[in-house]
Design a protein around this ligand. Structure first.
Ligand SMILES: Cc1cc2nc3c(=O)[nH]c(=O)nc-3n(C[C@H](O)[C@H](O)[C@H](O)COP(=O)(O)O)c2cc1C
Length: 304
């Protein structure tokens, strides 16, 4: 049985529902080494207007069924991204979204304007949920007015599809989701990492130099499925589910919970074939249930 795996997500047609998550795929320069046929899209590492060094090491700690990271959005700045990476992306057969970051709503808007119309850039993912920066980041993601202000500013300055990446560190993700939808988001991504901490008993200090970090991996999956489901129930735009997806079964939980697509992050570090395996496993599941397309999954769990 042939299964229709393509899906429309927030202004972009993806050939499959599995997207490489920001920060876990760099700028995609290793993509030629992977099975790109399975990539629905890629989201680049988060970028600011100017180059950033990020936080000092140690930046990564392994945790039970997951990892803590505090990279601090290290990156070359938007001009280098446009010069060095976008021309490569322009030749690829899947869309690349750029994960954008700022310390003020105006900075997000400036980035959006700079990236608008650049060949190779198919869309923007607004990061209002990074826990590893002193200014901006989470601040925008846990206040509906600030989240809406950033989304609106970006929406005004670009014709590119705009996805907004939500933080789990909120009381009611539905409120933030609705604020972003009303401000013009084309899709939402749920979720970014949870804030966590790990202490080294020998030094009696936090293991990360930033003290706290973002928790990702299978440890967060049930929390993420719940939050993505809540977000999907709150809005009429598509939601992309993220959090601890290592296998097809994990992705299917998000899809059945109401997500239009999924992102795979930490799994790629452990298994470079993870995205291909997740994609192929979803197709096999649909075929085994006699379902002709992805959208048929939603009848398993109604949105309301
Ligand atoms: C090392 C690392 C770097 C990350 N960098 C970013 C980033 O730059 N921008 C962003 O929005 N999310 C970033 N994330 C969050 C992931 O995109 C994803 O939302 C999160 O890790 C949960 O998914 P996972 O459990 O599949 O990894 C990063 C995650 C990791 C592990």
């Amino acid at each position: 049985m042939t299964v229709e795996m393509s899906v429309e997500v927030g202004g972009l047609r993806l050939r499959g529902p599995v997207v490489a998550a920001s920060g876990t795929f760099g700028y995609g320069t290793e993509v030629p080494l992977l099975e790109r046929r399975a990539l629905g899209a890629m989201v680049s590492k988060g970028i600011f207007l100017r180059p950033r060094e990020g936080t000092p090491p140690p930046r990564i700690v392994e945790t039970p069924s997951g990892m803590l990271n505090a990279i601090g959005l290290q990156g070359p700045g938007v001009e280098a991204l446009i010069r060095d990476y976008a021309p490569q992306w322009a030749g690829w057969d899947f869309p690349v979204l750029v994960n954008i970051n700022g310390e003020t709503a105006a900075e997000y808007g400036e980035l959006a304007a700079r990236l608008d119309g650049v060949p190779g850039i198919a869309g923007l993912e607004i990061n209002i949920s990074c826990p590893n920066v002193e200014q901006g980041g989470l601040y925008f993601g846990n206040d509906p007015r600030a989240a809406a202000a950033v989304t609106e500013e970006v929406r005004k300055r670009t014709d590119l599809p705009v996805w907004v990446k939500l933080t789990p560190m909120v009381t009611d993700i539905g409120v933030i989701a609705r604020a972003c939808e009303a401000a013009g988001a084309d899709a939402l991504c749920a979720i970014n990492t949870f804030v966590g901490m790990s202490i080294d008993l020998n030094t009696q200090q936090p293991r990360l130099s930033f003290r706290t970090g973002g928790l990702s991996g299978p440890a967060i999956r049930p929390l993420a499925v719940h939050l993505a489901h809540q977000a999907a129930r709150a809005v009429n735009i598509p939601v992309v589910g993220i959090g601890g997806i290592f296998r097809a079964d994990d992705a299917l939980e998000f899809l059945i919970a109401g997500c239009a697509a999924v992102q795979v992050g930490t799994a790629t570090f452990a298994n470079p074939r993870a995205i291909a395996e997740v994609n192929d496993g979803i197709a096999a599941f649909l075929a085994s249930k006699g379902l002709p397309s992805l959208s048929d999954l939603h009848r398993y769990l109604p949105r309301d």
